[in-house]
Design a protein around this ligand. Sequence first.
Ligand code: PLP
Length: 450
Amino acid sequence: PVDVPVDPERGAAVKAADRAHVFHSWSAQAVIDPLAVAGARGSYFWDYEGNRYLDFSSQLVNTNIGHQHPKVVAAIQEQAGKLATFAPAFAIDVRSEAARLIAELTPGDLNKIFFTNGGAEAVENAVRMARLHTGRHKVLSTYRSYHGATAAAINLTGDPRRWASDTGSAGVVHFWGPFLYRSQFHASTEAEECERALRHLEELIAFEGPQTIAAIILETVPGTAGIMVPPPGYLAGVREICDRYGIVFILDEVMAGFGRTGKWFAADHWGVTPDLMTFAKGVNSGYVPLGGVAISERIAETFAHRPYPGGLTYSGHPLACASAIATISAMRDERIVENAAEIGERVLGPGLRELAARHECVGEVRGMGVFWALELVRDRSTREPLVPYNASGADAAPMARFAAACRQGGLWPFVNMNRTHVVPPCNVSEAEAKEGLAVLDAALSVVDGG
Ligand code: PLP
């Protein structure tokens, strides 16, 4: 039993005030129709009409331990009673403990934690650290990536959201990462794709001038752009290239980190340690804004006697740090990372592949843990996407119909271009995962039926 009010009148009032005064991100204000949400618990949330939705989006792929986890809520309440806010320059218990725990979890010698208020700010600072450490200015990032919406982060992003904000991408050069299903390299095997993607990167570096390149930034497993699990050897290959040219290797684990792939960090699947690792989202399941950069000893040393020129008023906020400690402790106690791995291997992976076998509109299934994408196509043999790249309005209608069918069935999907991402909380139960697969099955039938 969950005490979420059924109160359509209140819902209408919330919606009216929202429409009057809230300016929404990434939206044309006049045409959006946001759902008024009355409450949430675990993997579900409710609207004011009493409709229940299974949250297969984990909001923005961040509620990794679901909604309203009692331990995390209690930790925030307790910290608010003790010390609600304090400036970053002071040593406070929850900040040092959160940093210690995160440093312990991150791979290799990423032993210093710079706290931020989210993912984009982490990317901004990682890039600044790399530039100051190397004395170089260029940063290489991939097409088919998302790194955030602030100045440097949006320029690094390799998807259409960059277009309107692109200032000429000062110092940013994009390259292609590996993605066999839509290979830029005419590869037909993962090994070929890996080898050619690495050669492409090497050639690009030769033409840009290695001595001008501060950093290469990659999402370990690109998330928003389509959950493309890299082929074996790719990340190790990039690591080797970075070492050879003295380039800082930044892995962006904002979405893939903290359990999403079935390990604490996606990099752990390939045993690769970057020089800088950005995180946010799952670090505290998004209960209070928090992100950060995990910094290697070598880069931290650059700033041992030289001030690091960055930081905001709320960096390492006590409420956020307290919620991170509680989240990490709940994830350990409840074996939530192990659950993500097991649900992926035993339920979501096989279940999604079975859907692909039965629905003509599914071109490919990819992913790991609780981090999956279904690529929907018009035609399996040509791989023509179900909707054109960056479609909107009538062009995007088939995906809108799919999303509406999911919501009708009580599932909140994550839909992006011609894909639906299957990204429930890391502590989703087997029964919930199966419930979600059944709704996806029915919604895919709507697409198959035209
Ligand atoms: N990096 C990655 C890989 C992301 O997926 C995101 C957000 O989706 C960001 C950075 C930006 O994070 P935030 O929205 O917290 O600024």
